[in-house]
Design a protein around this ligand. Sequence first.
Ligand code: GDP
Length: 444
Amino acid sequence: MAFEGLADRLQSTIQKIKGKGKVTEQDVKEMTREVRLALLEADVNFKVVKDFVKRVKERAVGQEVMESLTPGQQVIKVVKEELTSLMGGEQSKIAVADRSPTVIMMVGLQGAGKTTTTGKLANLLRKKYNRKPLLVAADIYRPAAIKQLETLGSQLGMPVFSLGTEVSPVEIANKAIEQAKAEHNDYVIIDTAGRLHVDTDLMDELQQIKTNVNPNEIFLVVDAMTGQDAVNVAESFNEQLDISGVVLTKLDGDTRGGAALSIKAVTDKPIKFAGMGEKLDELEAFHPERMASRILGMGDVLSLIEKAQDNVDEKKAKELEQKMRSASFTFDDFLEQMGQVKNMGPLEDLIGMLPGANKMKGLKNVQFDEKQISHVEAIIQSMTKKERQDPSLMNASRKKRIAKGSGRSVSEVNRLLKQFEDMKKMMKQMTNMQGGKKGKKGKG
Ligand code: GDP
């Protein structure tokens, strides 16, 4: 998981100060010292760390007293707010041109994920905003890059504009915009050439495209795994092109976090999107506050809810909830629920969004084996309809038959039956508790 080391260190630091009824200057000093080390170790830019710590210190020592929070909690609030503002504060939106089409130029070094992100962005614009993008292959130096974009286009069922490798990128861009107007494409996303390093030829070419097409956005794609290099790349692209935002890719890897935490402070340009995997639907809007919350172990319940809304049928979810409450939940429901959760992506990612998940001992080491889930599915699928509705029918011979049918052992079948019963019991208890003591929980 990205940010893991940083999250661990910051969380254990804030844990120490959390419950304090009185926070002395010495406490703040110790905490900020640890925060400083944690950030440096996460490869955050040196100067950014210095400024960050200074601000936290000033605010934490001179803070006003708020009645609703303990002094310890208040210090944590300061850390969270500063972390959020370090990553850009508000989430920043994508531009919409007054007159269609909106033109987006994608720039970046080779291998950062520019072409993939071009496809992902087009996919997101269509899925979330109902837009009709045109993809433009303007990397005339690498025929493979044109091919790659064409492949992405056909996977997405979206048009790709290309004039091969003989026409200048400026002309390609201009012609593409003309075509977009004629075909009513409301976004034009131009995949420009990359290089292994920043060089003047590349910058000249990008500047020419920029001057000619006057794009609404210039997104720089950088690889989060490259840490401070990504920050340096962002700095030089920004100096020469005045980019409008950054897309940080490969945040699904185990990046330490340096790039995410330094780019905004160094370039003053926001991170607009984050690449969370190789697949075309793995691009997310970057939310600084949610990210800060995740890093501090407060969870990211909002993203979890959004993921659920995108992937779970709301009506079915309501029905399931009803069944859970009335304890009439069957194995069929269980199967369906598992299917919906599976749609939301890898379980580990989902768990990572829960508050405190980082701290739960053991949880971190549990490998969420997707295979286990398919075993459970196989067992349930080998039950008859009656058995799924009424597990009390189960006897030794039925269990044996189910084990055989699913290719699992009888003890696995037993374990699942037991888990299911336990779950039902727990649901009953929870329902009773909610009914009985509503609103009585005073402390938060
Ligand atoms: P370009 O040279 O900048 O156009 O880079 P590509 O789009 O060809 O991507 C380079 C490699 O990075 C490919 O293997 C992509 O699948 C991979 N990649 C791109 N974005 C992500 C991401 O967010 N996560 C992961 N894990 N891989 C990514």
